[in-house]
Design a protein around this ligand. Structure first.
Ligand code: FAD
Length: 277
């Protein structure tokens, strides 16, 4: 599962309530976003990661973006993670935020992966498990899927043990991607990112930001139910379940559910597919 910190105006307790509901679903782990969508709410990521691990008793992973991180700050973050027992880090580049100048210490996520590995070598009493992001339809700024996979290979070779995919709505992109990735010699487990749509606005925003394709049957669903809150939520849940059944049947390494902090939707999907694993 993936959760994200609340907006600055909401208390962190709102996410704690979500976590209490999610923990009962017994996920393998819950990851927490870091500064996603340009938010400045990074310090709460650690609070939430700690809560997942130490109060909910579920394995946690912290996302960490590096575009606006200096090496000095990265060291501080890693020291804090170590001190709090955070072992799993999803090492990300992050996106440029309008009006802010990137620090320039890290250009690609692989630079952060190398940095974490160096940090590990200096502190021999424990190692971070480094995860990375991948894009079944190619990263939106990549000139081609092949060049994106070549970059992915650099990132994995730098020390990523596990990949989490961008969301997608058409499983065939994911299967094509798996074939190409194998040919490129990338052999780490890859979890499929599934985002159940809960409302039209949310999906329009995600498609815009992530540049993922919408299959015809998905667009038809949006067209028919997009203005009916309950119907689009139920149709979105059914669509995600259908995707997961297909992925699990075809031997996917794992499913990473973008919960959008919505335990109701996560539970519905979890209940429907639990027996498949
Ligand atoms: P990279 O791996 O650096 O790749 C970015 C681009 O650079 C790609 O086009 C790649 O092909 C290219 N590239 C990489 N390495 C090289 C190289 N050596 N030479 C040339 N080109 C290269 N954003 C947040 O702000 N917070 C989050 O918590 C967050 N969580 C995410 C979770 C998942 C599972 C995913 C899929 C994305 C998440 N994002 C998050 C969004 C992510 O930060 C953006 O997609 C960002 O644009 C790319 O990050 P990356 O780590 O994949 O970058």
């Amino acid at each position: 599962f993936e959760v994200f910190p609340p907006k600055k105006t909401s208390p962190v307790e709102t996410v704690y309530k979500t976590l209490d509901a999610l923990k009962d679903l017994k996920p393998d782990f819950i990851s927490v976003t870091y500064g996603a969508g340009g938010s400045e709410n990074c310090e709460t990521t650690l609070d939430i990661v700690n809560r997942i691990k130490n109060v909910c008793g579920v394995e946690s992973a912290s996302h960490l973006t590096c575009t606006y991180l200096t090496k000095k700050d990265a060291t501080k973050v890693l020291e804090t993670f170590r001190a709090n027992g955070v072992e799993n880090i999803l090492a990300l580049r992050g996106d440029k935020i309008e009006g802010r100048t990137p620090c320039g210490d890290f250009i690609h996520a692989s630079d952060l992966v190398n940095f974490i590995k160096e940090f590990d070598e200096e502190h021999k009493d424990g190692t971070f498990n480094i995860l990375g992001a991948c894009y079944p339809e190619g990263h939106p700024t990549s000139p081609s899927i092949i060049s994106d996979i070549q970059s992915l290979k650099i990132k994995v070779d730098a020390g990523v043990t596990h990949l989490m995919s961008q969301l997608f709505f058409d499983n065939s992109y994911f299967y094509d991607f798996l074939e190409k990735v194998k040919i490129a010699g990338i052999n780490v487990p890859i979890e499929a990112g599934i985002m159940p749509v809960v409302n039209r606005k949310q999906i329009e925003r995600m498609v815009n930001v992530c540049g993922v394709a919408l299959p015809k049957k998905y667009s038809a669903m949006m067209e028919k139910y997009g203005d009916n809150t309950e119907a689009i939520r139920d149709a979105g849940i059914a669509y995600a379940i259908d995707q997961i059944v297909d992925l699990v049947s075809q031997g996917v390494d794992g499913i990473h559910l973008y919960t959008m902090n919505n335990p109701y939707v996560a539970k519905k999907i979890n209940d429907a597919v639990r027996s498949l694993f």
